[in-house]
Ligand binder design. Structure first.
Ligand code: NAD
Ligand code: UDP
Length: 345
């Protein structure tokens, strides 16, 4: 029995059954990952059919479990480095498939590169065949260790081609080029979102990125692992804001095909984040300094005037508010099977 909680057009058939008319059919590659699951939910709630394609490499079945059985949602286990075939029409494709956390994308760098390049080609060919719009989840990593700060879209970046981060940075740069070239050659309608550090519920506790690491460590009383002196900066965007930006970008007309930064310009050092997480979790964890990974960008902050102008978009959720929701999510994940004792202050 399907529930009727979603918007969309409903009508009663002659046989008495209720028929739901979906707005669009949308394929989300990487839809079982952290951002992908939030996006699938948002698109379903807006009355669309959603086909989630994922290899479950870093995504989780548990993320999409609540969606399985919902009207309009289907899941296909597939690695996008292999071609995709669909008999059904598809209106829009979001390419989010790619591990995004440094330890995960560095675990099999050649596969990360294949995902960015072969995966993008396979999805672009599908978009061409279906006449679908297609959006690439690109990254602020295309700016590498930036020499221009904050980063506007017309900055070409400073990227090492032969370092530990190169498979991801160069893979995404190449994916952007492929999107640009398919659009120019075949007239495909493409969108390129350059996403800056995004966090929120549904990240894996073992994701390895800074926000999930610090929160999980703080909640368990483990040392917070600050790499280097912790003076490097990042700008953290809450996932709901990012998803709004992705959907708004996809909704733009054909003339919008150049890259658009999506991120929260609030900039923090890693040390500031560590102390904020410690304070918000009332954690007694100590700070442990570990070696700074090679090629770790020193600064990062998006200029978002293009997103603001073209999409009317800007983030609305400040770091403290986003962290509150994320801490509550991780506490539930980590302590799910443990008896909780209420203690009076
Ligand atoms: P994630 O690792 O949680 O999600 C990636 C998803 O892609 C996972 O479900 C994974 O199983 C799937 N996947 C990976 N390789 C695949 C393949 N070859 N075939 C099919 N599925 C595959 O990461 P995320 O944070 O949700 O990131 C989503 C997208 O956004 C990624 O493309 C990432 O590069 C981009 N991005 C994210 C951030 C961020 O801060 N979250 C920043 C910049 C860019
Ligand atoms: N970082 C850290 N401790 C951790 C994980 C990350 O100090 O446990 C640092 C990392 O060196 C980088 C920043 O936090 O400077 C953001 O790292 P993350 O992996 O989240 O994303 P990146 O922006 O590097 O892709």
């Amino acid at each position: 029995m399907h529930n009727l909680k979603h918007s969309g057009a409903y009508s009663r058939l002659e046989n008495g059954k209720v028929r739901r008319k979906f707005s669009k059919t949308i394929l989300v590659a990487g839809g079982a990952g952290f951002v992908g699951t939030h996006l699938c939910k948002r698109l379903l709630d807006a009355g669309n059919k959603v086909i989630c394609v994922d290899s479950l490499m870093t995504g989780r079945q548990s993320n999409i479990q609540p969606l399985i059985g919902e009207a309009g949602f289907s899941f296909i286990l597939h690695d996008i480095i292999r071609p995709l075939k669909f008999s059904r029409p598809i209106d829009e494709i979001y390419n989010l498939a790619c591990p995004a956390s440094p330890p995960h994308y560095q675990a099999d760098p050649v596969h990360t590169m294949q995902t960015c390049i072969l995966g993008s080609i396979n999805l672009l060919r599908l978009a061409r065949k279906k006449g679908a719009k297609i959006l690439l989840a690109s990254t602020s990593e295309v700016y590498g260790d930036p020499k221009v700060h904050p980063q506007p879209e017309n900055y070409w970046g400073n990227v090492n081609t032969v370092g530990p981060r190169s498979c991801y940075d160069e893979g995404k740069r190449c994916a952007e080029t492929l999107f640009h070239d398919y659009a120019a050659r075949d007239g495909i309608e493409v969108k390129i979102a350059r996403i800056f550090n995004t966090y929120g519920p549904l990240m894996r506790p073992d994701d390895g990125r800074v926000v999930s690491n610090f929160i999980c460590q703080a909640l368990q009383g483990l040392p917070l692992t600050v790499y280097g002196e912790g003076q490097q900066t990042r700008s953290f965007c809450y996932v709901d804001d990012l998803v709004s930006g992705l959907v708004a970008l996809m909704a733009t007309g054909k003339e919008v095909c150049d890259p658009v930064n999506l991120g929260n310009p609030g900039e923090f050092t890693v040390m500031e984040l560590a102390f904020l997480v410690k304070e918000m979790t009332s954690s007694k964890s100590r700070i442990e300094h570990l070696p700074l990974p090679k090629d770790d960008p020193v600064v990062r902050r998006p200029l978002i005037s293009r997103a603001n102008r073209l999409l009317g978009w800007q983030p609305t959720i400040p770091l403290r508010e986003g962290l509150e929701k994320t801490i509550a999510y991780f506490a539930a994940e980590i302590f799910a099977n443990e008896p909780i004792v209420e203690v009076a202050e």
